[in-house]
Each structure stands twice: as structure tokens, then as C-alpha cells.
Write a protein that binds this ligand. Sequence first.
Ligand SMILES: O=C(O)C1=C[C@@H](OP(=O)(O)O)[C@@H](O)[C@H](O)C1
Ligand SMILES: C=C(OP(=O)(O)O)C(=O)O
Length: 434
Amino acid sequence: MAVFKGEVTALPPDKSISHRAALIGSLSEGVTEITNFSAGFDNQSTLGVLQDAGIEVSQQEVDGAYGCRIRKVIISSRGLWSFTAPEKPLMCNNSGSTMRMFAGILAAQPFESELVGDSSLMKRPMKRVADPLRLMGAGIDLSPAGTAPVRIRGTRDLTPLEYRLPVPSAQVKSLVTFAALHADGETRIVESIRSRDHTELMLGLETLDQPDGERVIVIPGRKTIPARSFYIPADPSAACFLVALGLLGSNSEIIIRDVCLNPTRIEYIPLLTAAGADISIENSRIIGGEAIGDILVRTTRALKPLVISNPTVVAGVIDELPMLSVLSAFASGEFELYNAEELRTKESDRINAIVVNLERLGFDCEQYPDGFRVIGRRSRPAGQVTVECFDDHRIAMSFAVAGRATGEGIALSDGDVVGVSFPNFFEIIENLKA
Ligand SMILES: O=C(O)C1=C[C@@H](OP(=O)(O)O)[C@@H](O)[C@H](O)C1
Ligand SMILES: C=C(OP(=O)(O)O)C(=O)O
């Protein structure tokens, strides 16, 4: 068991908010200044597609808090219809958020465009993108398997709609919102299971909470969005890896500064504290409409096994499930997950990816369509085990944390994949080593 102690001041800026700040900047009239934009490959892919569709984007390194160098991004736009027809397919690389959310904007532009990605992204479901955009009047073609390339025949005449989200997906909610900003009239999106709400917050949209627990998001069409500045807090999904490191390590204490504490993103904290984890929040405050603060974590022995089945909780920890399951397996020998079929549609089939690797590490698991169970650990492999990363940053980081914290020999088939969301992952862990 290794000891990790210290303060983390250079966690990556939030990936979800970075994407949205750039996309909203491209729809705003004037100059949008984004402070602390993420250097992660996924967010850089969003800047790349914006530039390839005619938006002026510049990026520079400046001094930030705690003596860190941070990125400032400047986006200049003339509003909702400032895009130009791209000369080539728009490359979204590994980023589902880029492909799906930008599709909502392209559907409203009066030209044809095509979105493509790397081999992982080309396998992910895009029917959820095509369905609402077709209802609004855009022409969308997908592969016969319902995947990218996403070919879009955009129109300036999108019609507003009332849309009930068929899956609890903030990406789908956001792409419909971005399309609806261009439509002639008011669109209403109904979500029965809450997903992250950054788009609504950043656009200042009206939301109506219904007595039955549903939420309606109201999007007025064709309103000018004046450019504003954004500050991006640290990424709570990245923080989860360091929380797990602190919990699993020996005699560890880590404080992570200025993390986004939006309740739709930190569901993993009450889940872990209910299992006995020593985690606390300090210094919480609101900046730019988002809650931010520090997360303090101390090593916890005898963490209770996590059992996750409530669909609202599943949606609230969707990106943390790889780390939570690996943490629970290593800390308690057990884990149970249900109602999480969405986990099979991420950068990899994460249910399969976690099970395959836990089995390599000697755990007994059972996989079913909407989840999996870790039943116990039959044996510990004698030598080093190489974990298969499946082109998936969260799979790589979850197992890397387990290896670093426990001292077991866990190697990664492709460590570079962490750069998708957390380029300084290994450096931060190294610096925390006591
Ligand atoms: O809106 C977002 O920023 C995201 C939403 C989630 O995807 P889904 O919308 O597919 O659930 C999440 O898994 C992804 O990492 C980021
Ligand atoms: C699912 C993820 O991202 P995306 O869908 O944007 O590729 C993720 O980062 O875990």
C-alpha cells in the first residue's frame, strides 16, 4: 500500500463545462473569453471542429491561481448562424460530446456537413442524435448500424418541438437545446431522470420541476445570446480518481482544490460516504452559477461494498462507475450494478471492459445486460498484469489508480489514452506520493 499526501491545484478543468463554454461561445454575439479551458484531447477536438466550421478560436497559456499555467480561449462569433460549410468531414476524434452536441448546431446551419471520429467513436450510437433533429426538420444520415459518420443537411427553418428524452443523456438534452436555440418558437424538453444540467445553467434557461419529479427545460428560439466570459472549475469526474486513490492508499490525505460541485456531478460523494468513506467538502461557494469547492479525502479501511441500482443514481455517477466499481472491488472484494445499460455505449463497452480486466486480476464477476457483479477475489496474480484499456481513458485511469494505491503490478495496454480528459494524471499521482 502506498501513501499519498498533498494538495492538488492543477486538476484538469471540467470537460463537460469546457465543451459547452466553447459551443455556447460559437453561438454568441461578440467575444467569449473562457478562463481555465481544458487541455484534454476531447475539449481540443471541440475547438478543432469549431475552427473547421469557420469560427475564430484562439488559445493561449496564461498565469492562473496557485502559480499554475492555465489556458485562456477566445471565441469570436456573430451569433447563431456564423458557421461556414466545412471543406472536409469534421473530426471529433474520441469525443462523443463533441460529435453529438455539435450535430445540434450543424442541423440549424444552411449547408451540408459530416461528423466523423476515431475507431471508438465510430462505433457509438447516434440514432439518439438523428431522431430529434429529424423531427425538427434536418436531414440526418447515419451508417446502417446507426453510428457515425453523421451526415447533416442543415436548415435555417428548424421547427420547435416538445421532446421527451428517451435516454437520460445530457448530450442529447444539450444537442436538442442547441438546435432549438435556432428554431422559430419555443421548444420544451422533458427529462424524467435528471442528468447534468450545465447547458441549462450556462444559457440561463427556465426549468420547471413537475410534481411527479420530471423536469421541463424551456428553450426560446432565435434569441440573441450576448457573449460573456466563462471560468471553468476543476473536473469532479477527474477528482473521483484521486478520491479513490486516497481511499485505497495507506494513511493518505489529499485535498483537491476548486472542484465543480454541481449536485448533478458529485453524486459519487454521498454514495461513498454512505459506504463509510472519509470525504468532506470545504470552502464551497458559487462562481458563474456553478457550485465549486475543495474535496478532502482520507484513507478509509473497511469500505462497505457499493451496490448501485437506482436509475437516478446511475445517471448521476455514469462517468464515475468504472472507478467506483474498481474501488469497491479492491476495497471490499464486492460490487453490484444494475440499470446501467448506458455504460455499454461509452468510449468502450465499459461493463465488459471492467469485467474482463477484473477477471484478469483474479476477481470473480458476473456480467448481465444492464450491469455486473463482483462476487469476490479468487486469487491474486503472482506477476504483473496488463490491463486492456479498450481506447477508454476512464478504464485506463481506474485500473492505474488501483495499481498505484495497492502496489499490485498493474500495467496499462495504452497509458496515453488518459490524455482524452486528464493529460497530467500520472504526474499528479507521482507528486502526491509521500
Ligand atoms: O453532457 C456531457 O457532458 C456528458 C454526458 C454523459 O454522456 P451521455 O449524455 O451519453 O449520458 C457523460 O457520460 C459524458 O462523459 C459527458
Ligand atoms: C463518455 C465520456 O465522454 P464522451 O461521451 O464525450 O466521449 C466520458 O468522458 O466518460
